[in-house]
Every structure is written in C-alpha cells, then in structure tokens.
Ligand binder design. Structure first.
Ligand code: ARG
Length: 544
C-alpha cells in the first residue's frame, strides 16, 4: 500500500502485480476487475484503476474523526513493542576527555531511537558504556603523578595531561612503560591508582552530566568498560573451552571466517582489550535483559570492530548474537563561523548548545522590541534553550544516519526551511491560534464542516503518523520523523495561510461551526507536532 503520485488520484494506491502473477493475468486487468467489484465501505469511498494500480479514496468524515480522537486520547502510535526489550548503547564517551562535537551524533541519534522505541511500547534500556578502562588510564595516572594539576581538577586539565604525556612519549620511550606499570597497578587494585582513576572518572562524569541534562537525557544504565574487568578471566576461560582462542605473536586472538585480521583478546603483556570487554558487556546485556534487539549507536569508523564482535559471539554459539546490531552514522563537518572553540581545537558541545540558545534569546528580544508588542513568550531563557538546543539536535537528525552532516550554522538556525526552529514556529502558531480562540469550545465540533483540500491534506498526513514511526524504528532512522514533521508543518502552513486572501478560509472564520471544526484540526496538528518532536528529543514550545 502506497500513496499515488498525485494527491487528486486518491489516498492509497495498491499495485496489482503480485495478485496478477499468482493468477497468471495482466496486472491492469486485475486492477480493472477489482474496481468493477468495489462497493463503498465505512472507510473507503471509491476505487479507480490507473494501469496496474487501484487508487482508493477514503471516506473523509471517519478519518477526520479518527485523527482528532486519537490525538485527544494521546494514542497516536501502535504498540508493536509490548513485552519486548531493546538495549541501546549510545553516547558512551571516553572519560578524561571533553564531549566534543562529534559525540553529539551518537548521543542525539541514540536518544531519539530510545524515544521512538519507547513511543512504540518497547521497554528501552539506554546504556552509557563509558570508556573508562585501558592503558590510556594508566598513562593519565602516570602523567598526573609526574606533573600534577591544579585543583579543582577538570576535564580540560586531564586532557592536557594526556596530550603532554603522548607528546613526551615520542622522545622518551620510558614513559610508555610507566603508563603500563600504572595500568597494571590499576588492574591489580592498588589503592592509589584506584583513587586517582575514580577521581578522574567522577570529574568527567560531572561534566558529561551537564550536557546530558541540557538535552534532557537520562540513561537507564551507566556501566563503563571497567565494570567488565572482573569478568575477563571467565570470558577467556569460556572462549578457551570452546577452542576458539589461538596464539599469535604472544597475543591471544580469535580467528574469524572471512576476516583478514583476527580479533585481538589479550595482548602479549596480558592486558585485555576493548573487544574483550565488549564480549562481556554483550553477554551481560543478554543475561540481564533478554533483548529483542541490542543496538550500538557508534560511528561507522568502528564497523570492523562490531562485525568481528558479532562473528565472535556467533562462533561462541550465542544464538542471540543475531539480535545485536551496529547502528553506524556518518561524520559531522563543521562549517560557518559560529562554532567557536574553547579549550583547544575541539568544538565543545556545551558551547554550541549555549550559543544556539543565546542567539534565539536575542531574536525573541529583538522581535518583542521591533513589533512593539508584549511577547507571548513568558519565559524567554527557557524558551530559547528549548528552541536553540532543539535546533542543533534536529540538524543532527535530519539527514540519513549514514550520511555525513555539514553543520552550517545559518541553516541550523533558519526560521524557515528544514530546521528545528521552523517546527517550533509551526507548533507555537497552533498554540497561538488556540489561545486566540480562547474558550471557544471545539470538543464536539462537527467535523463534516471540513471540506477544503488543505484540511484534508492535513488529516491525511496525520493518518500516516503511526506507520511512519514504525518505519523509523525498524530502520533505526530518526530522519524519517524529521522529514514527516517538516511535511506536516508545511501542510499546516498551507492550511493556515489559505485564509490570508479569503476570510471564509481562516481558521478563526465567522461561521462558528466551521471555526470549531478547524480548531479541532489545529489542536490535533499541534498534538502530533509535539509528539513527533518528543520522539526526536525536542521539547515543543507554546510561543516563540
Ligand atoms: N567509548 C567508545 C568510543 O568513544 C564507544 C563505545 C561504544 N560502545 C561499545 N559497546 N563499544 O569510541
């Protein structure tokens, strides 16, 4: 079931190819036969043949009623996820480093997927698999012991220590051994090493948390790589029992079909690796949650790692490995002048969000002054945050996941065009119309008053909402929702501006019954816009 190429042709198009093949007939003949036998039903008004397709027109009254009722009841989405769990590993940054701008993609895409699956009735476990273990952390301790850092220590200082250590390692190879020695101490539970590591981890988490709070993100599980360290002997014993572990130049590896390089489990110094800990984490997630899907929202640069991970899990005989999926995404390229930097040459996520909020706040203030009106915005700072942060999030979700994103400040912040700001305006416009209508009731509006093409286009779009969200979830593609919402906002704008030249077409028109029906449709549109934005992690505002 599809949409016909042009709206006037009908509301649904059904291709007769499969039916024709089964009956050994020409598809156009089958289409004509279906049309000849068609009789209107409560939901279908007419059928016409167009070559191999049958185009159906819906009965509009029931569709208008369905949209308005569903929106009012808040039952906009089907619930295919009832009784199923989805694990989503996202954000998962490495500690002692800033959350840089490229982390936004995992964080924002992962959060949107979590929201979408929650909306579809799944139990979602959002997991932050912090990178908090490995030789890097030994180096950091060694650097701190050597050079120290001013209190209160922060992520910028930690990062500087690490950079300096790597730099000096080039001319002083002994440093590498010092780093290893400290990591060994950390692994062996040495009290000083542990305390420093814990401190660095706490400092990092406090910084990450301010960003997550800005975005309204809460994880269900914060379990770093370090949590799996105790499982390493068991994991290795299991793999050895299964005869999977071989030695290669002193290291312990798993050979995998179709892979040129084996998967490295333990280095020749006896240190376990990222991959080894990912095996333990995957087992933990299965044993704890019995997931229907286990998603890893990680940049496509790690495609090899995940491919090998799934192969290793399958080789170990875990049937559930087929439920694990790498959800890769492209890079973000930063253009435009506005992405200023602080603390080195990485663009800090916090700064971008703050800058976006500031710009929106300035705009609201300017518009209040220029229009010499009392703004409908009661909380300028709060509104600017929602609109500004939402604009940056939206820009990261709007393209297909695997495409690279060009982060162009002008476009991200544009009031019209494909932006989060545009969606906020559409939502605020709905709210403002409803406010203006005041206590004009539209609860029991007579929807048969809706006879205009623009009204139908809006209802027809709202009708698609559920299927669209299911598709976005199945393919792990939030951009499907972005696209839908932009279309919906466009339909709303046409519906609403139709009244510019003709007063009878205004939402707030003379005729009370028509006005009530249009208000009911406006209310439904507002609800779907806000609901869809929430699926993306955006908070809709009532005025802007
Ligand atoms: N910490 C890793 C990084 O920043 C990402 C971790 C992704 N999740 C995982 N289970 N491997 O590159």
């Amino acid at each position: 079931v599809d949409a016909p190429p042009r709206r006037e042709m009908g509301d649904f198009a059904v291709g007769c190819f499969a039916a024709a093949k089964a009956q050994g007939k020409n598809p156009a003949v089958v289409a004509a036969e279906i049309v000849a036998k068609f009789a209107p039903t409560d939901l279908l008004a007419s059928a016409t043949a167009a070559g191999p397709f049958v185009n159906f027109q819906l009965q509009r009254g029931p569709v208008f009623a369905y949209c308005v009722e569903r929106a009012a009841a808040g039952t906009l989405l089907p619930q295919p996820g009832a009784d199923q769990t989805i694990c989503i590993d996202y954000s998962s940054p490495n500690i002692s480093k800033h959350l840089a701008f490229h982390h936004i993609r995992s964080t924002v895409i992962g959060h949107a997927l979590a929201q979408i699956f929650r909306g579809l009735g799944y139990r979602v476990i959002g997991i932050n698999h912090l990178g908090d273990w490995g030789t890097t952390h030994g180096m950091l301790i060694a650097a701190f012991k050597k050079w120290g850092a001013p209190e209160p220590i922060d992520v910028t200082a930690l990062n500087a220590l690490y950079v300096r250590f790597r730099d000096e390692m080039k001319t002083n190879p002994d440093l590498e051994n010092e780093g290893r020695a400290w990591f060994k101490k950390l692994e062996d539970g040495d009290a000083e090493a542990r305390a420093l590591w814990q401190k660095f981890r706490d400092v990092s988490w406090a910084e990450f948390e301010t960003v997550y709070a800005m975005l309204g993100i809460k994880f269900d599980e914060i379990r770093g790589e370090s949590a799996y360290e105790p499982d390493m002997p068991r994991v290795m014993a299991e793999l050895r029992d299964k005869g999977m572990v071989t030695e290669s130049q002193g290291a312990q590896v798993v050979e995998l079909d179709g892979e040129k390089t084996p998967m490295l489990l333990v280095t020749k110094d006896g240190t376990t690796l990222y991959a080894t800990r990912d095996i333990a984490a995957a087992q933990y997630r299965w044993n704890t949650y019995h997931f229907a899907r286990s998603l890893y929202v990680v940049d496509r640069g790690q495609a090899l790692h995940f491919r090998q991970l799934w192969k290793a899990l399958a080789k170990a005989g875990y049937a559930w490995s087929s439920k694990c999926e790498h959800v890769p995404f492209g890079l973000v390229r930063i253009g435009g002048k506005k992405t200023s930097t602080r603390g080195g040459n990485v663009v800090l996520l916090k700064d971008v969000f703050n800058e976006a909020s500031d710009e929106i706040a300035e705009r609201i203030q300017a518009s209040v002054q220029n229009n010499d009106r009392t703004s409908e915005v009661t909380d300028i700072a709060g509104t600017a945050q929602k609109v500004g942060i939402g604009a940056v999030m939206f820009a990261n979700l709007m393209s297909q996941r695997e495409k690279d994103v060009d982060f162009d400040w002008e476009k991200v912040m544009a009031t019209d065009g494909d932006s989060g700001v545009y969606l906020q305006y559409a939502h605020a416009r709905c709210a403002s119309i409803l406010r203006k209508a005041g206590s004009d009731g539209h609860a029991n509006a007579d929807l048969s008053k809706l006879t205009q093409p623009g009204e139908w286009a809006l209802a027809r779009r709202i009708l698609d909402y559920g299927d669209m969200a299911v598709r976005a979830g199945n393919n792990c593609e939030p951009h499907v929702i972005c696209h839908y919402l932009l279309e919906l906002a466009g339909d709303f704008s046409r519906f609403y501006t139709a009244g510019n030249g003709d007063a009878t077409l205004r939402v707030l028109c003379e005729d009370g019954h028509t006005r009530a029906a249009r208000l009911a449709l406006t209310e439904a549109t507002k609800t779907v816009l806000a609901h869809g934005m929430a699926l993306l992690g955006l908070q809709a505002v009532e005025a802007v």
